[in-house]
Design a protein around this ligand. Structure first.
Ligand code: SF4
Length: 530
């Protein structure tokens, strides 16, 4: 029986039907339909063994579990519905993790703000910690330590800014320690102290100086959700609103990646995601993609998974070496896989805002080239069977009305882009963490129009994407496809009924593969060294 139990809420403890992208559905409130419908659509229950150990668990939590196990500490990830087996009782320490405990991150804050209702991730997180056996264990002295990418939401500063969080924390008997940052090494220290009943620092912020070296990062012992495997950490682009950028860039060697691929493949996982903040840069010491590093990585992943997706890629990286994407397609696409997905941070259509808030995002190009680069990258991706989800940020402190109009113009130019466009409210993170949140009541008319245009684009393109998305054969697939087609149709009707549908008011350009017109491809303006 483990002394240390690691868990999260039900929205995270799911494989989202094997589609990581459907996890986005847990960031919306249960709107009009009952919560059980959203649960079936977006976070079906994870399979568990007789101990309540999930067959797959979120990758970051698997890293923490592995670090503790490697240090000889008796720790296991337990499904939130099975916590009563361990508390009150053998569990002396409970570690919790989450992407967005209280729905404050994008996109939860956007959906929750627009629909004026708590998103599902927040509802489920509070429900998980309010279970009677958890509260009883807390009263009997079980320590509670919070971490994960959204640990900042439990920091004293956030509790002060958002009083209802403070009230909730008080209602569960407080949190003993909140740890922000990469805790691969530190988690051993704090858990050891908790097990010995020693003083726990209430709030720890691990800085980039504390970031573990590659050799200090444990490899997972048990499978991760949807075969997600990290290939590196950190990003050098320096966007002012991003917390990842403050961390040093580190790439894992292929042997370390293979070790984790084997763990997932051993239980029959045949689809997986390679995770880093820019997969295209794998192995590169600068902002120049390295074919000699990336292609062997993709070939390695294909030895274990039939289908391989990427977590993130940057527009500027793709356009620095556009020919390389076709080489990636040669490594990935075959009779088992005919497309792949990735998240792309577009954020804005305004060169002025790029310069003001994220100058590194466009390097080695000039900010003035940004809108053209995005459209070219869209053509490049679609022609190479990459269908991404693209994020946009609304309400950055530096944003003007003209910036928003430029973004709407860009969305219009992307009207035929087979992708999902996701606009999100600005959340104060990274170098802008002292700024205020953006909220629904501050939405101007043009910002509202941007949301409507992106929603309409999404409804139109999601119907096209359904067939690719549920691409395996069988009765289950047909049922999923029919269910999601019905759900998209439902959203379409609601959007039109409430005047939320908005189409471009002008002729839209065709999205083309720029490699067919190499003379039109923007050239990097800053020299890059190989
Ligand atoms: S490119 Fe992406 S990961 Fe890198 S700093 Fe900018 S927002 Fe963060």
């Amino acid at each position: 029986m483990p002394e240390v139990v690691i868990t999260c809420d039900w929205t995270m403890m799911s494989n989202h039907h094997g589609k990581e992208f459907l996890g986005f559905g847990t960031t919306t409130p249960a709107y009009l339909l009952p919560e059980s419908v959203y649960q079936r659509l977006f976070f079906p229950t994870m399979e568990v063994d007789e101990n309540g150990y999930p067959s797959q668990a979120p990758y970051g939590m698997r890293k923490v579990e592995a670090s503790l196990l490697d240090a000889g500490i008796d720790a296991r990830i337990v499904h939130p519905s099975y916590l009563d087996r361990y508390m009150p009782g053998p569990a002396k320490v409970m570690l919790i993790s989450g992407h967005d405990y209280f729905g404050l991150n994008p996109p939860s804050s956007t959906f929750g703000g627009v629909m004026a209702k708590e998103p599902l991730n927040c509802v489920n997180f509070k429900r998980m910690l309010s279970q009677p056996h958890v509260l009883k264990a807390r009263r009997e002295g079980m320590k509670l330590i919070a971490g994960g990418p959204c640990a900042w939401q439990l920091s004293p500063a956030t509790r002060q800014k958002v009083p209802w969080i403070g009230e909730f924390v008080d209602s569960i008997g407080g949190v003993d320690s909140v740890v922000e940052g990469e805790a691969d090494v530190f988690v051993r220290e704090i858990v050891t102290k908790a097990l010995r009943d020693e003083f726990l620092p209430p709030h720890v912020v691990l800085t980039p100086k504390d970031a573990p070296k590659v050799e200090q990062i444990s490899s997972i012992h048990y499978p991760s959700v949807n075969g997600l495997i990290e290939i590196g950490r950190g990003c050098c682009r320096g966007c002012s609103f991003c917390s990842v950028t403050t961390r040093p860039t580190r790439w894992y060697p292929l042997e370390k990646i293979e070790e984790e691929l084997k763990v997932n493949a051993a239980i029959g996982v045949r689809k997986g995601l390679l995770h880093s903040d820019d997969v295209y840069f794998y192995g590169s010491p600068n902002i120049m993609p390295r074919e000699d590093k990336l292609i062997p990585l993709l070939k390695l992943a294909k030895r274990y998974y039939q289908q391989v997706g990427w977590s993130h890629v940057a527009v500027a990286s793709l356009m620095t070496r556009p020919h390389l994407l076709a080489r990636c397609g040669e490594a990935l696409l075959d009779e088992q896989q005919d497309w792949w997905g990735v998240e792309v941070g577009v954020e804005t259509g305004s060169p002025r805002l790029i310069t003001a808030a994220m100058p590194g995002k466009v390097a080695p190009f000039k900010a003035s080239q940004w809108p053209e680069l995005v459209v070219q990258a869209a053509g490049l991706m679609n022609d190479n069977h990459v269908f991404p989800a693209c994020t946009f940020i609304v309400g950055l402190p530096q944003e003007t009305e003209d910036d928003v109009l430029r973004t709407i113009e860009l969305i219009d130019n992307l009207w035929d882009f087979k992708a999902i466009l996701v606009p999100m409210f600005f959340v104060p993170l990274g170098h802008l963490k002292s700024k205020d949140w953006f909220s629904r009541d501050r939405l101007s008319d043009v910002q509202e129009e941007l949301f409507k245009r992106a929603l309409s684009h999404g409804l139109r393109q999601s119907k096209r994407l359904l067939r690719d998305f549920f691409d395996w054969e069988g009765a289950h697939t047909r049922a999923y496809r029919a269910t999601f087609r019905g759900f998209i149709g439902f959203l379409d009707v609601i959007a039109r009924m409430h005047g939320l549908y908005s189409e471009p008011k002008r002729a839209i350009p065709t999205i083309e593969n720029p490699l067919r017109h190499p003379e039109r491809i923007p050239s990097p303006t800053i020299p890059v060294r190989e």
